[in-house]
Design a protein around this ligand. Structure first.
Ligand SMILES: Nc1nc2c(c(=O)[nH]1)N[C@H]1C(S)=C(S)[C@@H](COP(=O)(O)OP(=O)(O)OC[C@H]3O[C@@H](n4cnc5c(=O)[nH]c(N)nc54)[C@H](O)[C@@H]3O)O[C@H]1N2
Ligand SMILES: Nc1nc2c(c(=O)[nH]1)N[C@H]1C(S)=C(S)[C@@H](COP(=O)(O)OP(=O)(O)OC[C@H]3O[C@@H](n4cnc5c(=O)[nH]c(N)nc54)[C@H](O)[C@@H]3O)O[C@H]1N2
Ligand code: SF4
Ligand SMILES: [Mo]
Length: 880
């Protein structure tokens, strides 16, 4: 095996190239690939911490049927028999596959082929429904195809970048760095459109904190303004588009004048005018949008409102300009290419007769699905209603990540056959599995992914496969063979699958279908193994890939013209009322990936925020009598959670924010999906994940505590708990109502005071109890509890678990919770890439006279890698 192995990061859609090097000691080191055009050697905190997530703790390593470990053959046969029986008895539509933008293209291709080609139903949908489907629907309406026209160089070259509903500083950090560079070196302007102030706003020239859900109106107002300012590219509009007059009429009706518009969007006249003027006067404008646009009941209209402005000005397909839907998952694009969405067929084909006939011939099957299948939310409804009787979930955790997650759990509970393929054994979804398939994880498997700029890159294995784990494509093919479709699933390697996928994209493609890999269909396996990152289409006309589409004014509609679409603003489906007066927004934190099954393993990624917390404005905190670091019960019509309180002026009064990362493996009651409403966009089926009416109430525990242990312990029956893995120990934050001594979970630990190896302290006045168990000179456990007041900082105590031998003076001070020399306490980590703490930064500011973020980067390296901690360093420097 080559050393280092070139591969691709398994997290976000930036798709950074990674070098995995095996050291002489057999350890894996991860670095950015300097040759990869997505990142040129850089990695963000999550990518940089990949080596720390490769251990086998909590991995699912053996197949299971009814919670019994079994061999592959038994598990595969059970799945095949179960699916075949449901198909025979209830028909193909009684089966559903719910898959993921984190599968590799080869896995995805085979899953789609099995469902749409051989089981014969359209019922395969993907978590990309929650992520990109509004963009897909918007692209198709405007371009006739699901095409992202531009590439990352446009981010370097634009003079104005508008980030709409995107917190790229945290979610696409390496691309955001390019923006920051363009701003610092060339004076490019950045406008952020987001109801809350995010880390991305820190580098922005203008932040429009618009009223949630008013994007369509804002962009309609912009279109009307562009018309008033004579910004139309008349030649482009006349030759290459349709629908301008209707779209403009609709825009004008929606936003008759700027004063009303400002009021409707909750913005100042000054800010709106500044934005419109910048947009009108800057030719090289790039509009980047993400979940604040897509995850809405009017997501598709939001997308088209943005596309309209670019089509009207002809700013598309040329360097430094265009609309740019930035993808979330590493292979969100690959999934779209193979037909992972229920409403498309493979290779960007639709459910028309010609395409179905083409597929039938190519796959040599008579059972190509005749109609689109159920989209994610409807699929789980059908499971709940018993219409779908068998569901196979691969590479996604819907029991946590779908809206109305309690309903989803009920549906899975009722379902006759739930098959789950995952790499971890403790996900919320796996609890419902009748059959569990252990999949090979990143670093153990081979295939391709497509990033946000249409660039196909290889993921390559550099680790031996652990246990009995197998690649997803293999598992699906084996089940297909056992269902009687052996001839259609003969694959031995991912290269076999990729060639077929490329050949299908080329079949009868006379340039009328955007997705074309004809240039790769005859690749031999060695060339596939050596494949360098390349942007599709790869065809005779573009043998080395294509940087931009639509540069020739050719779109993929019947008449080859793009469409401007008439849209008008609608309110969200569920709006706040007396009972639920606040708007719940939800999204991502800097250092965690979704349901934390992997990033949760890396202690330095847990340092940034290690508990689930509700962010809200100080005025709301006052209104609801919530104190910083206290607790809040958050309820919606769909559920109730218990989380910490985080007070911040970054939120607008009336709006609260929850991260999406905590599951039942990490906290007692903090699955954001359990609160979120299941309303969807009527065109795309994408759920409205950013807008749910909620109420918050103060929750007063009678006691709170933390428990640090060398071995992992999971609590039961405690009102509030939150788990995080730390460097050398496992940390639990706990709180409860009633008597502390009455906690069944804590009692055995409290009883440890009788153990001779235990240090003890208690203060009956404050109700504090502290104890530490020392075994063989090492700290084995410590428990600090209090009825009121605060508990000491955990960082120093956590650091003591790494010591082989606790010196006596440490033992003497341990229960005080802080070192004799307070300077020795590390404090929270700010820069996850280099492990630089808040304390070190403040010391450098004080003692080394560091004045700026760059000074800190120079002295301590903090902020010099992915840069996503720079806003926090800046705050420390300014003391704000
Ligand atoms: N660190 C980290 N990075 C990730 C991921 C992760 O889990 N962690 N996941 C990846 C995935 S799959 C995805 S999809 C992307 C998502 O990347 P982003 O879309 O950038 O992230 P989110 O935090 O979901 O939401 C973006 C913003 O939308 C705003 N928003 C809410 N309502 C509205 C509205 O009505 N209008 C506008 N204009 N904005 C609104 C929110 O306040 C939020 O700041 O991130 C990817 N990158
Ligand atoms: N409220 C709210 N909800 C949201 C969002 C939001 O902003 N707000 N965002 C939505 C979006 S955009 C997304 S993308 C989803 C993400 O939500 P999910 O897809 O549910 O989240 P992940 O934790 O990424 O789940 C991936 C699962 O696949 C497993 N896995 C990893 N690698 C492999 C592999 O190679 N093979 C297999 N078989 N399994 C593997 C992981 O262990 C994990 O269990 O959440 C959505 N839900
Ligand atoms: S930006 Fe970070 S998470 Fe995204 S691909 Fe690059 S290294 Fe991975
Ligand atoms: Mo996503």
């Amino acid at each position: 095996m080559a050393n280092p192995v070139k591969t691709t990061c398994p997290y976000c859609g930036v798709g950074c190239g990674v070098l995995a090097t095996r050291t002489k000691e057999g350890k894996i080191q991860i670095a950015g690939d300097p040759e990869h055009p997505a990142n040129f050697g850089k990695l963000c905190s999550k990518g940089g911490a990949l080596a720390e997530t490769l251990d086998l703790e909590d991995r699912l390593l053996l197949p299971e049927v009814s919670c019994q470990k079994v061999g592959w053959s038994a598990a595969l046969q059970a799945a095949a028999d179960g699916l075949s029986a449901v198909r025979e008895e209830h028909g193909p539509d009684a089966i559903g596959f719910y898959v993921s933008g984190q599968l590799l293209t080869e896995d995805y291709y085979v899953a789609n082929k099995l469902m749409k080609g051989f089981i014969g139903s359209g019922n395969i949908d993907t978590n990309s429904r929650l992520c990109m489907s509004s963009s897909v629907a918007g692209h198709k309406r405007a371009f006739g195809s699901d095409t992202v026209p531009g590439n990352y160089e446009d981010w370097d070259q634009a003079d104005l970048v508008v980030l709409v509903g995107s917190n790229a500083a945290w979610c696409h950090p390496i691309l955001f760095q390019r923006l920051r560079h363009a701003r610092e070196t060339r004076g490019a302007k950045l406008v952020v459109i987001d109801p809350r102030r995010t880390a991305s706003c820190d580098s922005a020239d203008l932040h429009l904190a618009l009223k949630p859900g008013t994007d369509v109106r804002l962009f309609n107002g912009l279109l009307a303004h562009l018309a008033a300012q004579d910004c139309q590219d008349s030649n482009f509009v006349a030759r290459h588009t349709h629908g301008m007059a209707d779209a403009l009429a609709s825009a004008r009706a929606d936003a008759p004048d700027i004063a009303h518009l400002a009021q409707a969007c909750g913005l100042s006249l000054k800010d709106i005018t500044a934005f419109f003027d910048l947009f009108a006067t800057t030719e090289k404008t790039l509009t980047v949008y993400s979940q604040g646009v897509n995850q809405s009941s009017q997501g598709t209209d939001k997308v088209n409102a943005i596309l309209n402005c670019h089509l009207y000005t002809g700013r598309i397909g040329r360097p430094g300009m265009g609309p740019f839907s930035i993808t979330g998952q590493p292979n969100a694009m690959g999934g779209r290419e193979v037909g992972g969405l229920a409403n498309t067929l493979a290779a960007h084909m639709e459910f028309d007769d010609v395409s179905r006939d083409r597929l039938s011939r190519f796959w040599d099957t008579k059972t190509v699905a005749s109609a689109p299948g159920l989209k994610a939310i409807d699929m789980f409804r059908a499971v709940h209603e018993g219409k779908i009787r068998a569901i196979w979930i691969m590479g996604t955790n819907p029991a946590a990540s779908l809206p109305d997650a309690t309903f989803v759990r009920d549906a899975l509970e009722k379902c006759d056959l739930v098959i789950v393929s995952d790499v971890m054994e403790n996900t919320d979804t796996l609890k419902y599995a009748h059959i569990a398939f252990p999949a090979r994880a990143w670093g153990e498997k081979d295939g391709t992914v497509t990033n946000s700029e249409r660039r196909i890159s290889r993921q390559r294995a550099f680790l031996p496969a652990p246990g009995d784990a197998r690649p997803d494509w293999w598992i699906i093919s084996q089940v297909a063979r056992r269902m009687g479709f052996a001839e259609a699933f003969p694959y031995e390697t991912p290269a076999d699958i990729f060639r077929e996928h490329a050949a299908l994209s080329a079949l009868e493609n006379d340039g009328r279908r955007d997705f074309d890999l004809s240039g790769l269909k005859d690749m031999d396996t060695d060339s596939y193994d050596a494949l360098a990152p390349v942007q599709w289409p790869v065809s005779p006309a573009h043998p080395t890939g294509r940087k931009r589409l639509f540069d020739d004014g050719y779109f993929f509609t019947d008449d080859q013209r793009a469409r401007l679409i008439a849209v008008s603003c609608r309110p969200p489906v569920h709006t706040p009322d007396k009972a639920y007066p606040l708007i719940l927004n939800s999204g991502r934190l800097r250092d965690q990936w979704h349901t934390m099954t992997r990033t949760g393993k890396a202690s330095r990624l847990n340092a940034h925020q290690d508990e689930p917390a509700l962010a809200l404005h100080p005025l709301d905190a006052e209104l609801y009598d919530l104190g910083a670091n206290g607790f809040a019960k958050v309820s919606s019509r769909w559920g109730t959670l218990l989380v910490r309180v985080q007070i911040t002026p970054d939120q607008t009064p009336g709006q609260v924010f929850l991260p999406i990362h905590w599951t039942d493996s990490h906290a007692a009651r903090a699955v954001t999906g359990c609160l979120v409403n299941p309303a969807t966009d009527p065109l795309s089926g994408q759920p409205e994940l950013k807008h749910t009416p909620v109420k918050v109430e103060k929750w007063n525990p009678d006691w709170h505590a933390f428990l640090l242990t060398r071995h992992k312990i999971m609590p039961e029956g405690v009102d509030y708990w939150s788990y995080s893995r730390q460097d050398s120990c496992h940390a639990l934050e706990l709180a409860g109502q009633g008597r502390l001594a009455g906690s069944d979970f804590l009692r055995p630990y409290l009883d440890l005071h009788q153990d001779p190896d235990t240090l003890n302290f208690s203060n009956p006045l404050s109700g504090q109890k502290r104890l530490a168990l020392i075994r063989k000179d090492q700290l084995a456990l410590c428990l600090f509890t209090a009825h009121k007041g605060t508990l000491p900082d955990r960082n120093w105590l956590q650091s003591l678990f790494s010591l082989d031998k606790l010196e006596e003076k440490l033992v003497a001070t341990l229960l005080s919770g802080q070192p004799l020399d307070p300077q020795a306490a590390p404090g929270p980590i700010i820069c996850a890439c280099f492990g630089v703490s808040k304390k070190e930064i403040l010391t450098a500011r004080r003692e080394k006279r560091a004045l700026t973020v760059n000074d800190i980067s120079h002295l301590l390296k903090a902020g010099s890698n992915c840069g996503s901690c720079r806003p926090e360093i800046k705050q420390l420097m300014t003391g704000s």
